[in-house]
Write a protein that binds this ligand. Sequence first.
Ligand code: NAD
Ligand code: UD1
Length: 338
Amino acid sequence: MSERSVLVTGASGYIGSHTCVCLLQNGWRVIGIDNFSNSSPKVIPRIEQIAQLPMSFHRLDIRDTSALSEILRQEHITAVVHFAGLKSVSESVAKPLDYFDNNVCGSVALLRVLQQEGIRKLVFSSSATVYGEPTSVPVTEEASTSATNPYGRSKLMVEQMLSDLINSDATWRIATLRYFNPVGAHESGLIGEDPRDVPNNLMPFIAQVAVGRRPQLQVFGDDYPTVDGSGVRDYIHVVDLARGHLAALDRLLNHAGSFTVNLGTGRGVSVLQAVAAFEQASGRTIPLQRAARRSGDIATCYASATRATELLGWQAEYGLDKMCADHWRWQHNNPDGY
Ligand code: NAD
Ligand code: UD1
């Protein structure tokens, strides 16, 4: 049996599926779990098809601690990558208890089982949302944190809990990864983002307009102090993000201690620039309507990506054109998702 076995929670989700491919391709034995609350069982064979390698998979909720313990005992896990959670800001405002139960209580349940089974290497999916409204850009990991909605608060609470856990027991090795805006898809076109409802995020919305599922994109805000008045974000290719998890795991295997890093490109792109790049990649026109600012949105957010390079030897490789081309291939090949 391989010595390097990784448990991936939320394995069939958007970022989880791309990370499973990357882990398999780099010699990890992968044991995925997911309750399919926001993903499809069809994802798992597609991961195996791309990697040309098998993975183990268990349909499971991370809050089911007895089933989780059983799996950890069977599978001899070295480390855990923890993606499982709910991620819609608007839904979190409507159903805050669901978010605290799933994201916070779910993480507590997982951590208790890991502690009990003596597994102390963890990579956690956090978000740039923990920076709240950044006072300056690029945003470094030292910037102050805050939350403006229950989703963001759930991420911040887990970050704080992990920090207390590390303080209580220095044998934990925890990588907290703060993602900026993941977009794109695997270049095979077999896996990608498949929102269940109307997409909240920009790129999946643009892709659904391009493929004819929605008539037009609303551009939220025309008076931000940016290059063209629309919001600026740091879009990062999901495969680059997946590679960031591999680099974080390598660091955890070889060095004691814990760390927090941003995973972004360090470059800001406006909504109108993203639309232009998507039109170029797809050859389709994206009808636009300028609309009022979306409540809770900030003008500009992009990462300082230097710590990830210094600590992990990682940096994003793919630019906006490839993000759009790969996102479009996925959407075009799978117009209705999985
Ligand atoms: P996703 O919804 O595609 O994947 C999450 C997966 O977790 C889904 O497959 C879902 O079915 C599963 N899941 C949810 N609750 C579960 C539970 N209790 N037990 C077992 N499985 C459960 O989301 P994603 O975009 O892949 O995001 C992965 C993680 O990264 C999330 O924690 C999210 O908050 C975080 N994140 C995402 C983004 C983004 O823009 N996509 C940005 C920053 C952080
Ligand atoms: C959103 C979430 C944030 C989460 C992040 C990644 C909100 C308020 N914030 O942030 O918590 O961490 O996604 O999942 O939901 N836009 C449009 N039209 C659209 C959709 C978006 O113009 O239909 C604009 C937005 O105003 C923004 C940019 O596109 O300027 C990116 O939006 P989005 O993809 O939702 O990401 P964030 O706003 O960064």
